[in-house]
Design a protein around this ligand. Structure first.
Ligand code: 7TS
Length: 416
C-alpha cells in the first residue's frame, strides 16, 4: 500500500498555512514532526473528559486516566515488539531515557578503565550522558568512525570492542547523514563481550518498522514528538528483569513501595522509574499517534520516504555545487538529507529558503563530533515525513535557486 499524501495532509491542520506569503513546506521533521488532528483531539478529549492523576485515585476519572495511560504503555510495547510492557518506561524524551540508562546501569556496571563504545555520528544525547558516566567512573570513551560515503565503518567499530567494553551505544539512523546502521550485526559484537547494547532509535522508530527483539538490543530509546505524538514524552524499552536489577534514577512519589525515615523500598518496574506525576495527557495522545502510524503501516511509511528521498537526492545532485553528506543509496538511509552549498553558509541558505515558506534546519544538529569529522562547521538539512510530497522537494530546489541568485555561483565566481 502506498501513501496518499493528498488525503493524509487533510489530517494535519498546521500544514494548511502560508509562511511569508507562500504555502508552508515543512521539511524539518528530524527536529520534530507535525501532529494529526486525531492526536490533538486525544489531548483535548483527555483534558475535557478524563483529567485526573493516575495510579492513586479510585474515583472514575482516575480509573479512566490510568487505564488510558497504561494502554499506551502496552501499545508502545507491541509497536516495537518489546519483550514486555513492564519494560516500557515513559521519560520526557530520548535524552532523558539515555541519561537514565547511563546513570543507573552505568553507575552499577562501569568502572575504572572500562570502555564505552559510541560512533562519531551520535546525537549529543547519546554522547554526553556517557561522557558524564566516564568522568564519574574513570572509564574511557571510544568512537567508531564513518566511511567516506557516510556509512558507519563497521570494521572500525569491531576493532574498538574488547573484553573491557561494558557499553555499546549507537544510533539506528543518523539525524544528520540519514545513515541506517547495521544494528543486528553490532548486537552480536556487543553480546560477544557481554556489553550492554543500547540503540538510539529517535530517528528510526518514527520512520520504519522496528522490532526490538529482532534487532537484539538491550535498550531502545525514542521520542513521541518525532512520530506524530506530543512533546514531553520519551520511551525507554528494556527487558523488565534488566530494569528490576537497577537502582532508581529519580526519587519521589509513585516510585516507592515503603518509605521509612532512613530508607525506602521501590515500586515494581516500570513505576520505579516514573517518579512523580507523569506527562499523562501526552502519553495518552501518543496512543492516537500510534494508531495513525499503524493504520498507514510502517512499511508504507518507509517506502514513501525512500521514494521521496531518492527524488530529493536526485534533484540536489543535478543542481550542481552541492555536497551531500551521507549515503546516496536510499536502501541504506532514511529521510534526513544534509548538504552544503559551495557558495553559501548553511544559516544563510536556511534564512533565504525560509523566505520561500520552506522550513529546513541549519547548524550542527547536535552532532558536533560528526561536523568535525566531516570538516564542516554546519550543514543544511531537509528531513522528510509521511505527509511530504515531491512538489515540496521542488519548492526547496526553487528556493535554492534563489540562494544561488543572491550569492552567485561559486564555480562561476572562481572562473572570473
Ligand atoms: N537521538 C537522535 C538520533 C536525534 O535525532 C535526537 C533529536 C535525539 C536523540 C534527542 O531527542 P530528544 O527528543 O531528546 O530531543 N534530534 C534533533 C534534530 O535532529 N533536530 O532537533 C532535534
Amino acid at each position: 500500500m502506498t501513501i496518499d499524501t493528498g488525503r493524509i495532509r487533510e489530517d494535519f491542520p498546521i500544514l494548511h498555512q502560508e509562511v511569508h506569503g507562500r504555502p508552508l513546506v515543512y521539511l524539518d521533521n528530524a527536529a520534530t514532526t507535525q501532529k494529526p488532528q486525531r492526536v490533538i483531539d486525544a489531548l483535548v478529549r483527555y483534558y475535557q473528559r478524563d483529567n485526573a492523576n493516575i495510579h492513586r485515585g479510585i474515583h472514575q476519572l482516575a480509573v479512566r486516566a490510568t487505564e488510558q495511560y497504561e494502554a499506551t504503555r502496552s501499545r508502545v510495547a507491541s509497536f516495537v515488539n518489546a519483550p514486555d510492557p513492564r519494560g516500557i518506561v515513559f521519560t520526557r524524551n530520548t535524552s532523558e531515557a539515555l541519561n537514565l540508562v547511563a546513570r543507573t546501569w552505568g553507575d552499577e556496571h562501569v568502572g575504572e578503565g572500562d570502555e564505552i563504545v559510541l560512533t562519531v555520528m551520535e546525537h549529543h544525547s547519546n554522547i554526553v550522558p556517557w561522557q558524564l558516566l566516564a568522568q564519574r567512573k574513570g572509564a574511557c570513551l571510544k568512537y567508531a568512525t564513518t566511511t567516506p560515503d557516510g556509512r558507519l565503518d563497521i570494521d572500525h567499530l569491531r576493532s574498538l570492542i574488547t573484553p573491557r567494553t561494558r557499553v555499546v551505544s549507537v544510533t539506528h539512523a543518523s539525524n544528520v547523514l540519514g545513515t541506517i546502521t547495521p544494528v543486528s550485526e553490532i548486537a552480536e559484537m556487543a553480546k560477544s563481550v557481554g556489553a550492554l547494547f543500547v540503540v538510539d532509535a529517535a530517528q528510526s522508530v518514527p520512520h520504519m518498522a522496528v522490532d526490538m527483539q529482532a534487532l537484539g538490543c538491550d535498550v531502545l530509546a525514542f521520542s513521541a514528538h518525532k512520530m506524530l505524538g506530543p512533546t514531553g514524552v520519551g520511551v525507554l524499552c528494556a527487558p523488565p528483569e534488566l530494569l528490576e536489577s537497577l537502582p532508581p534514577f529519580l526519587g519521589g512519589g509513585e516510585m516507592i513501595s515503603v518509605v521509612r525515615e532512613d530508607a525506602s523500598t521501590w515500586a515494581d518496574v516500570p513505576h520505579k522509574f516514573e517518579a512523580g506525576t507523569p506527562n499523562i495527557g501526552d502519553v495518552i495522545a501518543l496512543n492516537a499517534a500510534l494508531d495513525y502510524l499503524e493504520e498507514l503501516g510502517m512499511d508504507a511509511v518507509r517506502e514513501h520516504e525512500r521514494d521521496l528521498t531518492a527524488y530529493a537526492l536526485d534533484r540536489l545532485q543535478s543542481f550542481g555545487g552541492i555536497t551531500i553528506h551521507g549515503p546516496l543509496d536510499v536502501d541504506e538511509r532514511g529521510g534526513a538529507v544534509s548538504f552544503s552549498m559551495d557558495e553559501a553558509h548553511p544559516h544563510d541558505v536556511s534564512t533565504i529558503v525560509d523566505g520561500h515558506g520552506v522550513a529546513i534546519r541549519a547548524g550542527h544538529h547536535c552532532a558536533q563530533l560528526l561536523m568535525r569529522h566531516l570538516r564542516v562547521p554546519a550543514t543544511t538539512r531537509a528531513s522528510f515525513y509521511l505527509y511530504n510530497e515531491p512538489r515540496e522537494v521542488d519548492a526547496l530546489i526553487d528556493a535554492l535557486e534563489d540562494v544561488r541568485r543572491v550569492f552567485g555561483h561559486a564555480s562561476a565566481r572562481s572562473a572570473v
